[in-house]
Ligand binder design. Structure first.
Ligand SMILES: [Zn+2]
Length: 533
């Protein structure tokens, strides 16, 4: 009964955990490494042909994006996930394969001129199409006998349509253990989907910690604040550009904008045009309007029952071709442009940023987590200019962080989720899916609540029967990511992250007594004086 850590270990992408029991090998997630995380996507630290099952918590690429690669390298087992995750995964993996093919083609065009040998894409569209042959689906809370000594159940994680936490009951040679893989835990009160399910007991927990060091700031009124941003920008004659994940976040935005339009909340331009500039977002929106029985929250169910199309309103346009996308930037009518990718590191959004960042009348509204080293993070950190497509672009547009929208539980909700697991209280909690500065910090936080916990490193192995570490892991070396010429050192990024921790600690200290607040302030001041000296 062994558990190995093969991804999202002290980082937020590439989720992959491996359970070995009764001669079977079960992966929980098989995600793609994205951004600056330094583990290669090319090689698996295990034999893909030896994997019997892949259980997928949800369709996001950092949890499912390496499955076509797994098949390409010999996997021929079974993939199990919820019905809606399966639907979303099909379109998302095809989109990902398309990007992989384009990427290889681009490298090869350059490589040929430089006399280099051609490279192969990580996987092809054909590989992604094969995933369907191995897919089996289930519904929430259906108990499944996966194989000898393994029962599994998917429960709503409230993070994305179809997303799940996976509960497993394990029995090997008479030793019985239960384990919960949290998957990505959703935020509460998100539109469309339900709140995450809490568990009441487990011997082991593998839990995410994306926001383990901070709380979402004051709860925004989604529609009021978004309407205000749009109204002010329209009045200035500018565009609102929203970098957004095509699947999930974009549909939430459509849901709010429908309400904003219904209530005529944008006074300066009640009929403002909205463009969804992402073919993937268009396909995903179709899935969001399909058979969602068993997947929606009450407000959404009521809309469906009333015959309202949750994601449609007047003046909504979906662009398909690159030409249509380009035309958006030539036409100066104020509009809302929602485009991918969410962190601005690829895709059509980069063109929209190039054409709008320098215009003071425009607004760029961030609606999701911006990973370290991404262009999105740079802009949020207040970059005065950025280099894009070899050009220096001055940042004059208003940059707004619409933090109310998050598909991840914040620190307090993560703590409430884990503290509900008490009968039995876990023997050990493995903290994964958090940045290098965050995951160990969150493990410490829950240690303070009486849990035994740590943040595993890549390739670490644990024996679940005896609750012992069998093999230590390592943290891959990180290199500074170059965002088109703007070099951000990882030491600097770490400093920014620690600075954010300090700000969070200050916010949490609000209710502490004056004496300790004064002492804390003195300590911080001393550190600063020493640094500046
Ligand atoms: Zn996710």
């Amino acid at each position: 009964m062994k558990l190995s850590f093969f991804g999202a270990d002290q980082c937020v992408t590439g989720s992959c955990h491996c359970l070995e029991i009764n001669g079977k090998t079960i992966l929980v997630d098989c995600g793609l490494q994205q951004g600056r995380d330094e583990i290669s996507n090319e090689e698996f630290p295990f034999n893909p042909a030896g994997v019997d099952y892949v259980l997928v918590t949800h369709a996001h690429i950092d949890h499912s994006g390496r499955i076509p690669k797994l098949i390409r390298q010999g996997f021929h087992g079974e993939i199990l996930t919820t019905r809606l995750t399966a639907d979303l995964m099909r379109i998302m993996l095809l989109d990902s394969a398309h990007i992989q093919e384009q990427d290889a083609e681009w490298k090869n065009r350059k490589g040929e001129r430089a006399g280099r040998a051609p490279v192969e894409p990580l996987y092809t569209i054909e590989d992604a199409q094969k995933v369907a042959e191995y897919l089996k689906t289930c519904e929430y809370d259906e108990e499944i006998n996966l194989c000898e000594g393994v029962r599994v159940k998917f429960s709503d994680a409230g993070h994305l349509l179809g997303s799940a936490s996976i509960w497993m009951d394990l029995n090997e040679g008479g030793v019985e253990k239960t384990i919960v893989f949290s998957g990505d835990i959703g935020n509460v009160d998100q539109p469309i989907i339900r709140d995450p399910v809490h568990f009441h007991g487990a011997d082991y927990v593998v839990m995410e910690s994306t926001y383990g060091d901070r709380n979402h700031t004051e709860v925004w009124s989604y529609t009021d604040d978004l309407a205000k941003i749009i109204d002010e920008t329209m009045a200035r004659g500018g565009n609102v550009v929203i970098p957004s994940f095509a699947v999930g976040r974009t549909q939430e935005l459509l849901y709010f904008i429908r309400e904003i339009k219904d209530k005529k909340m944008v006074k300066s331009n009640p009929n403002f045009p909205v463009y969804i500039d992402s073919p993937l977002a268009r396909q995903a929106t179709q899935i969001f309007t399909g058979n969602l029985h068993g997947y929606l929250d009450e407000a959404a169910l009521k809309l469906v029952a009333d015959g309202t199309n949750m994601f449609n309103f007047t003046n909504l346009r979906m662009t398909e071709t690159v030409d249509e996308s380009r035309a958006l930037n030539e036409d100066r009518t104020p509009k809302v442009i929602i485009s991918a990718s969410g962190m601005c590191d690829a895709g059509r959004i980069r063109h929209h940023l190039k054409h709008n960042l320098w215009r003071p009348e425009c607004t760029v509204a961030f609606v999701g987590y911006q990973g370290e080293g991404t262009l999105g993070r740079l802009l949020l950190n207040g970059a005065e200019s950025v280099k894009m497509f070899g050009e220096e672009i001055t940042v004059r547009a208003k940059i707004v962080n619409y933090t109310g929208l998050s598909s991840h539980a914040d620190r307090d909700h993560l703590l409430s989720w884990i503290s509900d697991i008490k009968e039995p209280k876990p023997q050990h909690v493995f903290v994964v899916h958090g940045d290098r500065e965050v995951a160990p910090f969150f493990a410490q936080t829950i240690q303070g609540m009486g849990f035994t916990a740590h943040a595993p490193q890549y390739t670490e192995v644990y024996d679940l029967a005896s609750c012992q570490q069998l093999q230590t892991g390592y943290l891959p070396e990180r290199k500074a990511k170059v965002v088109e010429g703007t070099k951000v050192s990882s030491a600097y990024e770490r400093l920014v992250a620690v600075g954010q921790l300090v700000v969070e600690a200050i916010k949490r200290a609000k209710k502490r007594d004056n004496k300790s607040l004064a002492a804390f302030a003195d300590q911080l001041k001393k550190v600063l004086e020493k640094w500046e000296a």
